[in-house]
Design a protein around this ligand. Structure first.
Ligand code: NAD
Ligand code: ZN
Length: 254
């Protein structure tokens, strides 16, 4: 059996349409802790207590203090890493068409990726819970918590919290892409948060190959992934991009 990087490169070079699904793991090397796993936020806080819409409605100031203030500082300092850059390079090479990300950090766009579906929204914006007016997070006055809109309404991050639905048009487009791709590249997700976790299953059932990059095994690894690249996103993406460039030359010169 050939090396898994070679197998993945072979699948990607021959694929007519490839999409990527990314999760918190791709941003770990940018200094943003994931939710689950080693060093994850959930070792410190109870998500249901703080990342749930009910918690925000009950005590928004407390959720800002415990979760959002720290997140805002961490995200403001974060830069894309080789994982994000690698996905952009795959786009430039014509290998990858769309990135569906569960992340709220904007790092795929910062790396250059043009078609990014922010499945769980973005922390770069806040929106008013009364008049719905959006405002860049960097412009929000956080000297008094919780932050408020000029209309007096409560501001909230433009993200999907637990207990909230995914935007219907983003969900439909993502499902359509998953059911029509030849390869789905799944990077740095524990594949446990629905409905995002279902996208690789939809792809697989529609005949696509599933290539996974993660240092740990996930629920996809055994039954769904065709190739698992066990490793960190940055190093693995660099190896994968190099292998694709080589494979491309071989494939094109046939
Ligand atoms: P998760 O926290 O559930 O899982 C993270 C996964 O990344 C794990 O499987 C872990 O093994 C893997 N991982 C750890 N280090 C890695 C590395 N260097 N390279 C590749 N993979 C690595 O993340 P999830 O599946 O995305 O689900 C959590 C939810 O939390 C998402 O909905 C997301 O919206 C939110 N979240 C986002 C951010 C962010 O925007 N960066 C950060 C934390 C949580
Ligand atoms: Zn308002």
């Amino acid at each position: 059996m050939s090396d898994p990087i070679q197998q993945a490169a072979g699948l990607l070079v021959q694929s007519r349409r490839t999409i990527a699904l990314t999760g918190a793991g791709i941003s770990v090397e940018s200094g943003i802790p994931p939710f689950r796993g080693k060093g994850g936020l959930w070792e410190k806080i109870d998500p249901m207590k703080y990342a749930h819409i009910d918690a925000y409605e009950r005590d928004p100031a407390e959720v800002w203090r415990v979760l959002f203030l720290g997140l805002k500082d961490t995200l403001a300092m974060a830069q894309p890493n080789h994982g994000h850059h690698g996905l952009y390079q795959l786009e430039i090479l014509g290998v990858l068409s769309t990135v569906i990300t569960q992340n709220i950090d904007g790092l795929h766009q910062q790396a250059g990726s043009r078609d990014v579906i922010e499945f769980h929204g973005t922390f770069a914006k806040q929106r008013c819970m009364t008049c719905r007016q959006p405002i860049p997070t960097s412009q929000v006055d956080l000297s008094v918590l919780p932050p408020r809109c000029t209309c007096g309404g409560l501001l909230r991050p433009d993200v999907v919290m637990f207990g909230e639905p995914i935007d219907m048009s983003l969900l439909q487009r993502s499902q359509m892409l998953a059911s029509s791709c030849d390869v789905i590249l799944v990077v740095g997700t524990s594949a446990t948060v629905e409905p995002a976790a279902y996208l690789p299953i939809i792809a697989k059932r529609s005949g696509a190959a599933v290539v996974e990059i993660n240092p740990e095994k996930t629920p996809l690894t055994r039954h769904t992934s065709d190739v698992t690249l066990l490793g960190e996103a940055g190093t693995t993406m660099r190896q994968l991009v190099a292998a694709i460039k080589k494979e491309r030359l071989r494939y094109d010169s046939r």
